[in-house]
Design a protein around this ligand. Structure first.
Ligand SMILES: NC(=O)c1ccc[n+]([C@@H]2O[C@H](COP(=O)([O-])OP(=O)(O)OC[C@H]3O[C@@H](n4cnc5c(N)ncnc54)[C@H](O)[C@@H]3O)[C@@H](O)[C@H]2O)c1
Length: 273
């Protein structure tokens, strides 16, 4: 309890997100190694100094806050009773109702990180049940900020939407970069140069947009103002439905999150264990 955050357990602690957050907790000094328990199916992993286990109930007993970072389908085979711990789920498409039914937890926080957690550049929206008090909310915010930034949502419903919006992380920018590479290569640019050029456009844009008060519309307007090449490019993309296609894609992500929620619901569990 050295930092006031309490003892943390991460179920799925050697996975993509679980390991990223575990490393960040340690590197930021937010959680001491002796207060961090990580589980996976073998009971051992690459992060030193912490406690590894394959026994998720033992992890719960050693923790004040339990982070669930297994895949939604793996959760269906997972057995644990959370008791009065705060249960913080990274899982897409697993509702509070299902988490409650399968673990018995009352204090539940659903979150939606993304792959940029590995570089400390992830914005993580979260939603908490009314049983999560202000002190626990502050702990949750601090834990999530270890990998970037975080913000509270007003309803659980919004988690399904942000599962595609923020949860997909680099996916849409990667699609843009790949489309540029494919077009430039087909046009005859050397593939290595096309790749370097397209990735520098996307990563350079990311840095410009990371500046304080950056405004995507203002950047576009400034470039359209030259009434030249960028105006032709942007106006063609917009007239072709680029923005409405992004909206359609985000809506498809939300719909898939709802389907996953429905599938994972009603699968039973040991919440009363
Ligand atoms: N990766 C992303 O970009 C991303 C973004 C948003 C949300 N999520 C959510 O985060 C969760 C984790 O995703 P990930 O990408 O880190 O997956 P991952 O497959 O990398 O990690 C899951 C880990 O859980 C372990 N595991 C499986 N069953 C277990 C069990 N019974 N007990 C203990 N450990 C077990 C696996 O061995 C694996 O190491 C998923 O539910 C996903 O929906 C992921």
């Amino acid at each position: 309890m050295a930092t006031g955050i309490g003892r943390i357990g991460i179920i799925g602690g050697s996975g993509w997100l679980g390991a990223a957050f575990a490393q960040a907790f340690l590197e930021k000094g937010l959680v001491a190694p002796e207060a961090l328990t990580l589980s996976n199916r073998t009971g051992s992993g690459p992060i030193a100094g912490v406690t590894w286990t394959s026994d998720n109930q033992a992890l719960v007993e050693r923790s004040d806050i339990v982070i669930l970072s297994v895949r939604p389908e793996q959760f269906l085979d997972l057995s644990m009773a959370a008791g009065d711990r705060v249960l913080l789920s990274f899982m897409a498409g697993v509702t509070i109702e299902t988490l409650r039914a399968r673990t018995g937890a009352r204090r539940i926080v659903r979150t939606m990180p993304n792959a940029a957690a590995t570089i400390g550049a992830c914005f993580t929206p979260w939603f908490a049940t009314p049983e999560v008090g202000p002190d626990d909310k502050a702990r949750v915010q601090a834990l999530l900020e270890a990998c970037g930034s975080a913000g509270e949502l007003g309803s659980e419903d919004e988690i399904d939407y942000v599962s595609g919006f923020t949860g997909a992380g680099p996916a849409l920018p990667a699609l843009l970069a790949r489309a540029m590479i494919q077009h430039a290569t087909a046009r005859g640019l050397p593939p290595a140069l096309a790749r370097q050029a397209a990735l520098s456009v996307v990563t350079g844009a990311a840095q410009l947009l990371a500046e304080k008060d950056a405004d995507p519309s203002a950047i576009m307007d400034a470039l359209i103002g030259y009434r030249g090449i960028t105006a032709a490019l942007l106006e063609t993309a917009m007239a072709g439905g680029f923005e409405s296609l992004i909206g359609t894609a985000l809506a498809a992500g939300e719909a898939r999150a709802r389907e996953m929620s429905a599938r994972s619901a009603g699968s039973g569990g040991n919440g009363d264990a």
